[in-house]
Structures are given as C-alpha cells and as structure tokens.
Design a protein around this ligand. Structure first.
Ligand code: ZN
Length: 183
C-alpha cells in the first residue's frame, strides 16, 4: 500500500509557497494519501504534508500521540486550523523538528491545544482535536501547507543557526537522523 517517495528538503520552492486546495476526491487523491503514509512511516515521522513529497496540494497525514499518550492516525484534506483564543491559549515550549530539515531541532512555543476542520480522502467532513505533540503536529502540518516551515517561526538568529548546522551536516556527510520524531 503506497510507494515511499523521497522527502523534499528546505530550500525547494514547493515547501515555500502555499499549496492549492483539493477539488477532486478521486483515486489519484487516495493514491497520494497512501504514498504519504508510506513515506511518513519510512522516515519515522509522526506527520507529513503533501508538499513534503513534492505535491502542492492541501493534504496532510499524521500518526501521532496526544498528551495522554493515545495515538491518533488519519488524513486531513483542505485543513483549517483553529487555536484557542489568545487569552485561553497555553503555550508548550517543547522542541520541534521537521523531516524536511533532518537532524535539527529547536524549542518553539506552540499552543498546547489545536483543532483542525477539513475532510477525509472521500470528501467527508472530519474534525481532529489534539493536545500535546498532536496539537504541535496539527499546527506544524498546516504551516507546511501554507508554505511555512517551523524554522520560519524561530527568532532570526536561531533560524540561521539551525540552517547552518543542517548545511554543516550535509557538508560533512553526516547522515541526518530524526529522533525525536519529526514532522
Ligand atoms: Zn515538517
């Protein structure tokens, strides 16, 4: 089920532009979703956006634990992210990583709760509510589809450091790993 496709890395234009909404819920979409799950598992990821395998469509998949350690798995097509209001928002200052910037991590405050509305691969409405790592994942994947990486949310100096460390790892031939899990 599904073909493992290479993960696109930071610097590729497909990661830095907004993705197009899905309008056809057909076999091609279902094949894309199968490929996304296969590629996510092959990379040991907990989430993956379609543009991370080079397809500029608003689709992401996830298989990620929440704050209680309960695993959630699914696909969201045309996601819309909803966060608690600023007054009710609690930030989790945990570390974040990304399969498209392999081997690098940085602390990034994110809301500890998030909700995504969208549809599944058949076009049926879905709502995913997440806490903990799942909340972070839902925000991270929606950012991808908007053309943003998590490093774009870091202070400029920290972003530069992460990219320099990544470039260094490529230059020295170190194989970047993703552990803790990336998205
Ligand atoms: Zn990512």
């Amino acid at each position: 089920m599904g073909e493992v496709r290479p993960i696109v890395r930071v610097g590729d234009p497909v990661l830095h532009a907004p993705c197009e909404p899905v309008t056809r819920f057909d076999d091609a979409l279902r094949a894309l979703v199968d490929d996304m799950f296969a590629s996510m598992y092959a990379a040991d990821g907990v989430g993956l956006a379609a543009n991370q395998i080079g397809v500029p469509l608003r689709v992401f998949v996830y298989d990620c634990p929440d704050d209680d350690g309960v695993r959630h798995r699914g696909v969201v097509v045309n996601p819309a992210l909803k966060l608690p209001g600023v007054g009710e928002r609690r930030l989790d200052a945990g570390e974040e990583g990304c399969l498209s910037v392999p081997g690098q991590y940085a602390p990034l405050p994110r809301s500890d709760r998030a909700t995504v509305h969208g549809s599944d691969a058949e076009g049926r409405p879905v709502t995913v509510e997440g806490t903990g790592m799942l909340a972070r994942c839902l925000q991270h994947e929606t950012d991808h589809l908007d053309g943003h990486l998590y490093i774009d949310r870091l202070p400029a100096k920290r972003r530069k450091q992460v990219l320099a460390a990544y470039e260094q790892s490529l230059a020295t031939g170190q194989i970047p790993t993703n552990n803790p899990p990336g998205t």
